[in-house]
Write a protein that binds this ligand. Structure first.
Ligand SMILES: *Cc1c(COP(=O)(O)O)cnc(C)c1O
Ligand SMILES: [Zn+2]
Length: 427
C-alpha cells in the first residue's frame, strides 16, 4: 500500500506519455499512460527555468557531493529528500589509449560502472526507486530483473531496511543470486526467462499493492540512469564526445543517456549531441532488427532471446520507444555482436584498460570494435565505452572467455625448478 499524496515538486512539469504525449500528475500509483497501457511509458518533464536556477556548471563544480545526488535539482526528488547511504554514482572514467589505437580512434574512455556498490549501473535506478518508494510511503518494493536490477534494489533496500520482493530467472548467474540472498530480500527464482519473471512480478505488484520498480514501467528509472550520462559530460569538462557505446537489453540505460544529453542541451550546458551506439547480442537483437527494417517498435512482436550476456537478454525490450529514439535522434547506429565477440571482448577490455566487465559490459567494447571495422567511427572520434557491470558478476563466463582466448595459467609444483620448466614451456 502507498500513501495517497506525493510531494509536489516545483521543477517537475509532469509525466508525459512517450506514445501520445498526454501529461499526468505524479502520483504513487501513476506508472503508465491510461490510453496506452504498459506501452505508454511516461517520461519526466522538467521546468528547465526552475531547474536552471538551482543547478549550473558552476554550482556543480563547487559541489563536493560526488554521488549521483549532485544532480538532484535535475531529478524527480525534493531538495530535502532523504537518500540511501550507499555511495551510488561518481564512478571513474579512464582514458584507454591502447584501446584507442587498437580500434583506430582518437580516444577511448571507459566508464566503469562495475564500481557501484552492488557492481552494476543498476544502482543508479534502484537508488531512485527506493527514494520514490519511501517518499510514497510504500511498505514493500518489488522488481523483476535478469539479475543486476534485482541485486541493486536488494542492496540499496538493505541499506535503509526497506522490505522488498525480487523475481529473477532461476538461471541468473550465481553471484547475482548470492547478492539477493545475502542482502535478505524475499527472493522468487522463477522457472522461466526474464519475460516470465516480469509478468509474474507485475501481477504480484498489483495484487499486493507493492511499489513497482520494473524497468520500462516505472517512470523514474530513466532519471536515475541518466546520471551516468551527466557524469560523462562533466568528466569530459562538458566537451561532448563524438560517440558513446552502450549495451542494450530493455533499453532503459540508453534512454537514460539520451535523457541526460537532452537535459544538458535544454539547460544550455552542451550544444551538440554525441552519437549514441546501441549494442545488442546477436541472440537478443530486437532493436537491431527494428533499426534495420524500420519496423515500429510499438507493434513489432517479441523475439526469443538467447545470449551469454544475461543482462541484455530481452525478448521484448521494455523501454524500446526511448531506446530507439536515443539512437535515431542522435545519428547513432544499432549493432549486433556475437556471443563469441562478447566473450572475446572481456579480456581485450580488461587487458587494454584494466576494467573487468561482465559479458553485457564488455559487449559495448565489442560493439566499438564492430563499428570501427565498419568505418562507423574513425581516427577523429573521441569515444566513450560504458562498461555497465563488473566481471565478478559472472565468473563462469569470464573463465570461458579466457579459455577461448587461449589463455592458460602455468601449473607448477612449489619449486623454482618447476616454475622454470613451466616458463620454458610457455614460449
Ligand atoms: C541492465 C544491464 C544492461 C542493459 O540495460 P537496459 O536498460 O536493460 O538496456 C547492460 N549491462 C548490464 C551490466 C546491465 O545490468
Ligand atoms: Zn499515451
Amino acid at each position: 500500500m502507498t500513501d495517497a499524496a506525493a510531494p509536489v515538486l516545483a521543477h517537475v512539469r509532469g509525466l508525459v506519455c512517450v506514445v501520445c504525449g498526454e501529461t499526468y500528475e505524479p502520483a504513487p500509483d501513476r506508472y503508465v499512460c491510461d490510453h496506452h497501457g504498459n506501452e505508454g511509458i511516461l517520461d519526466v518533464a522538467y521546468d528547465y527555468d526552475t531547474v536552471g536556477s538551482a543547478i549550473s556548471k558552476a554550482s556543480l563544480a563547487a559541489d563536493r557531493d560526488q554521488t549521483m545526488w549532485r544532480y538532484r535539482a535535475l531529478m524527480p526528488v525534493g531538495a530535502d529528500a532523504e537518500v540511501p547511504p550507499l555511495t551510488v554514482g561518481g564512478t571513474p572514467m579512464y582514458d584507454a589509449p591502447r584501446l584507442a589505437s587498437a580500434v583506430g580512434v582518437r580516444s577511448v574512455r571507459v566508464k566503469d560502472e562495475g564500481r557501484q556498490p552492488t557492481a552494476s549501473l543498476k544502482d543508479r535506478a534502484s537508488a531512485m526507486a527506493v527514494v520514490k518508494a519511501r517518499e510514497f510511503g510504500a511498505e514493500v518494493v518489488t522488481t523483476a530483473s535478469t539479475g543486476n536490477a534485482a541485486a541493486a534494489l536488494s542492496g540499496i533496500a538493505a541499506s535503509v531496511g526497506q522490505p522488498n520482493v525480487i523475481f529473477v530467472p532461476a538461471s541468473a548467474p550465481e553471484a547475482k543470486i548470492a547478492q539477493l540472498l545475502a542482502y535478505g530480500s524475499t527472493v522468487a527464482l522463477v522457472n522461466g526467462n526474464y519475460a516470465a519473471a516480469f509478468e509474474l512480478c507485475m501481477s504480484a505488484a498489483s495484487h499486493f499493492g507493492w511499489y513497482n520498480r520494473n524497468t520500462g514501467f516505472n517512470p523514474y528509472m530513466t532519471e536515475g540512469k541518466k546520471t551516468a550520462g551527466l557524469e560523462i559530460l562533466e568528466q569530459l569538462h562538458w566537451n561532448v564526445p563524438d560517440a558513446i557505446f552502450v549495451s542494450v537489453g530493455d533499453g532503459s540505460i540508453i534512454g537514460g543517456l539520451h535523457k541526460a544529453m537532452k537535459d544538458a542541451t535544454a539547460l544550455g550546458w552542451i550544444d551538440s549531441m554525441p552519437r549514441i551506439f546501441g549494442i545488442q547480442a546477436a541472440g537478443s537483437d530486437y532493436l537491431v532488427q527494428a533499426f534495420e527494417s524500420g519496423e515500429d517498435v510499438l507493434t513489432k512482436a517479441p523475439i526469443a532471446a538467447d545470449t551469454v550476456a544475461d543482462s541484455i537478454s530481452a525478448d521484448l525490450p521494455r523501454d524500446r520507444i526511448k531506446a530507439m529514439a536515443a539512437v535515431v535522434e542522435t545519428g547513432g547506429v544499432y549493432l549486433r555482436v556475437s556471443d563469441a565477440d562478447i566473450l572475446a571482448a572481456i579480456p581485450l577490455l580488461a587487458r587494454g584498460s584494466g576494467v573487468f566487465a561482465e559479458p553485457a559490459g564488455a559487449a559495448a567494447y565489442a560493439g566499438l570494435i564492430a563499428a570501427a571495422g565498419q568505418g562507423l567511427v574513425g581516427s577523429d572520434d573521441r569515444v566513450v565505452v560504458l562498461s555497465t557491470g563488473s566481471g565478478l558478476k559472472d565468473v563462469a563466463s569470464a573463465m570461458r572467455a579466457v579459455t577461448e582466448a587461449g589463455t592458460e595459467p602455468m601449473r607448477v609444483d612449489p619449486s623454482l625448478d618447476s616454475l622454470l620448466a613451466a616458463m620454458d614451456n610457455q614460449t
